[in-house]
Structure formats: structure tokens, C-alpha cells
Design a protein around this ligand. Structure first.
Ligand code: PLP
Length: 448
């Protein structure tokens, strides 16, 4: 077996054998990937040069219980040696999957106690859309199959979910939009698409849903899907009245309400699930990431008993992934949930997040820092040319700032005109102070 020793060799081999998403391909072909990780522990990662970073992004806002946890490795080993695979299809399932579903039903919002497990957030979304369509078709509404989603939303990049993802840069060169997916205006108070100023508005962003349902016809719309807080677009929070109003509209028009909590679930926002901030329970909830600290692939859809009862018929639900409800992933996800509860990580997220938000808000003393927002350890701030006009920079200044923060030893993500921060939920106050110091130093030295 070939052994890689020279650090340069990793870059050359990466360039030779890999294709990555989300990077300019000509730049990758010439220079390879800028950060190649080799190991990680807790909240720290180490690259091939032996440089250590604090990962204030928690991978892709997913390594909630920290990297390389012994307890998760042990749970995986134990399950692998007991039952390394079982189908979840055609009359077979596993004790590990049932055991996890039971534990999870005590953590999800009341009423969401039935699950379908898959392997990625995009699959969870597409599963939810299929459940919605199957439910309505079984009830006799065969045409009720459109999915409404929002601009700026992110629901994964599979062939269907990418159209629910309302971000044009993820859709280029890949064919025409899916006619059964309709994007409506975003809910983004800082840059309101209706030119309004919250709280002096009528939540026109929520009314946009009613208008879209009226336009399509309520007998054509199966479901509405949204992230509770925009993630990939940069941690953008809704006003507190938004989701209660959305839920009311979904109920009024008999449209299923899917909340995509792939990024916000499992304590990320300081509650088990973000919907609990507004006392709103969706009909379906998509989950992944913090579900297993992304130590293995798993995702799922939680949904109501009403939906399950509505799907009942003599046909089967035509949906399967060979590794769906994988027993090893289920066993590890169960251990991950136990760690979240044993170590009070939901509360730690609320407390550390509040402290971080207060400190980050002080950055607004710099004229190029605009809105600072977040809930729990799900945070972000906007970069602007001018705080009054809120004019964004034209030259991707957020990338420059994120690079400077990286040079100070901390990983954050530039996205849209925002910097996003979402460390593992195990962070201590000392860790948070180190992260804040790296950000503050980069901001203080920043020149547009
Ligand atoms: C809200 C949300 N939904 C879906 C996805 C897609 O998940 P995956 O990358 O596992 O397909 C993501 C990924 O970041 C996400 O943040």
C-alpha cells in the first residue's frame, strides 16, 4: 500500500484523483484544495502541515458533540460486530433502528414521533416531499403535488432538492427548473424584498405563501418547506411572528408544513429544535448533522401520526435507500443523543451562544459590520460598505475577512455577504474567548 509522507504529495494526489463541489474548478485543477485535514479532536482540527485550528464552524455546522469522540467510535464498533447491516425495506428492519426511533421520539417535538431514516439532508428533504405527495394522493388528491420553498433557502443539492434550494448559484448548467417546485420571496428583514422595515410591516413575506398557494390553487400544493433560520445563506433569523403565521396559513390552505432542521436541530439554536422558539410544530421535520455529529451519515424525517394514518393503503411506500436506517448509524446516533443529554449541550448552546452574540454585537463599532444575528451557537454577521444604506461589498470582502480569521487559527465560513459561526456545542467559555479574540483581531485589522 502506498504511504503518503510528503505534505506536497497529498495536494498532488488530491488534484489527480478528486472532484470537489463548491470550488472554482480551474483553481482546484491548478492549486488543489487549500486546507487538507488529517486529524481532529474535540473542537480542534489539524492539517497535513501539522497546523492546528479551532473549528468555529463545527465542520459544516455538524460536529456538535466534537470530533473523534471515543464513545461514538465504541458504539459503532459494538454495533458493527453485532449486526453490521440490515435493510429497512420489504419486511426487514433492525433492533438498532427501532431502539433509536424510540429514544428520538422522546427528544423531538411532541407529535413528531414517527420516522423515516436516510443518509443525507438532501435525501431527508426529498423523502419529506415524497411523503407529502403520497399522503395527498392516498387521500384522493392526485394533483396536490407541488412543493413551495423560499428564495435563499437551502435544502440540499440532489436533483429535486436543489430546486427547493432557492439559491441560483447552486442551479447553473444542470437543466431546467422542476415545474412542481415553486420559490417564493425570502424572509430577510435586514434586506426586505418588499422594501419594508420590521416591525412596521404586515409580514408580507408570510403573505407571499398565501399568494403563491392561491396562484397555484390549493388542490395543487402538497407542502411548504423552510429552514427555521437560513443556514447556508448566512444565519438569517425570522421575526418571531413569522413561523406562527406560516403555520396558520398552511393549516388554512391544507398544505403540509415541512421544517428543514438539518442544520438547526439537536440543540444548535439553544432548544432541542429551533421551532420550539416560536411554539410551532410542523407536520414534518427534516434532520441530520447534529443528529450524529456527522460522525457517520444519517438523516431523517420526523412526522405526525396523522400523516402516517393518511398514507395507509394496500400499496407500499415506494421509497428506499440500501443504507437507510443503517443499524450502525442508528446505534451511533443514539449514543450521540445520550451525550447531548448527559452533557447538557442544548443548554450550553443557549448560554455560550448568548455570550458570543453579545460580544459579536460589539463589533458594530466598526463601520463595515452590519447586522449581527443568531440563536444559540448558530451565529452570523453581515459585512456592509455602509451601515446606514446597508449596501453590501462588491468584492467578496467576507472571504478576505474569513481568511484573516483562519490565519488567526479559527475556521469560520463566508457566505452571501455574511460570516457564519457555529462551533461544536461542547465549546467552553475559554474556547469561545479564543474564537472571539481571533475574530476581533481580524476585524480590527481589516481594510476593505
Ligand atoms: C437546512 C439544510 N437542509 C439540507 C441540507 C443538505 O444536507 P446534505 O448536505 O446532508 O445533503 C443542508 C446542508 O447544509 C442544510 O443546511
Amino acid at each position: 500500500m502506498h504511504e503518503f509522507k510528503l505534505t506536497k504529495e497529498w495536494t498532488e494526489e488530491d488534484k489527480l484523483h478528486m472532484l470537489h463541489g463548491g470550488v472554482a474548478l480551474d483553481d482546484f485543477a491548478e492549486n488543489g484544495t487549500p486546507l487538507i485535514l488529517d486529524s481532529a479532536y474535540g473542537i480542534r482540527v489539524k492539517d497535513i502541515h501539522g497546523r492546528e485550528y479551532i473549528d468555529a464552524l463545527g465542520g459544516a455546522i455538524c460536529t456538535s458533540c466534537g470530533y473523534s469522540r471515543k464513545e461514538l467510535a465504541e458504539a459503532a464498533k459494538e454495533q458493527m460486530m453485532k449486526l453490521s447491516y440490515a435493510e429497512s425495506w420489504s419486511g426487514i428492519t433492525s433492533t438498532a433502528a427501532i431502539d433509536y426511533a424510540h429514544a428520538l421520539s422522546e427528544f423531538t417535538p411532541q407529535g413528531l414521533g414517527r420516522f423515516f431514516f436516510v443518509n443525507s439532508g438532501a435525501e431527508a428533504n426529498e423523502t419529506a416531499y415524497k411523503i407529502a405527495r403520497y399522503y395527498w394522493a392516498t387521500k384522493g388528491f392526485k394533483e396536490k403535488n407541488k412543493i413551495i420553498s423560499r428564495n435563499l433557502g437551502y435544502h440540499g443539492l440532489n436533483m429535486v432538492s436543489r430546486w427547493a434550494t432557492g439559491i441560483p448559484r447552486f442551479q447553473g448548467k444542470l437543466g431546467v427548473p422542476d415545474p412542481d417546485i415553486v420559490n417564493i420571496a425570502e424572509c430577510y428583514c435586514y434586506r426586505c424584498p418588499f422594501g419594508k422595515d420590521y416591525p412596521g410591516c404586515n409580514l408580507e413575506c408570510a403573505d407571499a405563501l398565501a399568494q403563491a398557494i392561491e396562484k397555484q390553487g390549493k388542490d395543487r400544493v402538497a407542502a411548504f418547506v423552510a429552514e427555521p433560520i437560513y443556514g447556508v445563506s448566512g444565519t438569517i433569523c425570522p421575526p418571531p411572528e413569522y413561523f406562527p403565521k406560516i403555520k396558520e396559513l398552511c393549516d388554512k390552505y391544507e398544505v403540509l408544513f415541512i421544517l428543514d432542521e438539518v442544520m438547526t436541530g439537536f440543540g444548535r439554536t439553544g432548544k432541542n429544535f429551533a421551532c420550539e422558539h416560536w411554539n410551532v410544530t410542523p407536520d414534518m421535520l427534516c434532520m441530520s448533522k447534529g443528529m450524529i455529529s456527522s460522525a457517520l451519515p444519517i438523516a431523517g424525517v420526523a412526522f405526525t401520526e396523522d400523516i402516517f394514518q393518511g398514507m395507509l393503503c394496500s400499496d407500499s411506500f415506494p421509497h428506499l435507500h440500501t443504507c437507510g436506517a443503517h443499524p450502525v448509524s442508528c446505534a451511533v446516533a443514539k449514543r450521540n443523543l445520550e451525550i447531548i443529554l448527559e452533557e447538557n449541550l442544548v443548554e450550553n448552546s443557549a448560554v455560550m451562544g448568548k455570550y458570543m452574540l453579545d460580544e459579536l454585537t460589539k463589533l458594530q463599532e466598526y463601520p463595515f459590520i452590519g447586522q449581527v444575528q443568531g440563536m444559540g451557537l448558530f451565529l452570523g454577521f453581515e459585512m456592509v460598505q455602509d451601515q446606514k444604506t446597508r449596501e453590501p461589498f462588491k468584492n467578496k470582502e467576507e472571504k478576505k475577512l474569513a481568511k484573516a480569521i483562519l490565519e488567526n487559527g479559527v475556521i469560520v465560513r463566508p457566505g452571501g455577504s455574511r460570516i457564519q459561526i457555529g462551533p461544536p456545542l461542547i465549546v467552553t467559555k475559554d474556547d469561545v474567548d479564543v474564537i472571539l479574540a481571533a475574530i476581533k483581531k481580524a476585524v480590527a485589522n481589516f481594510k476593505a
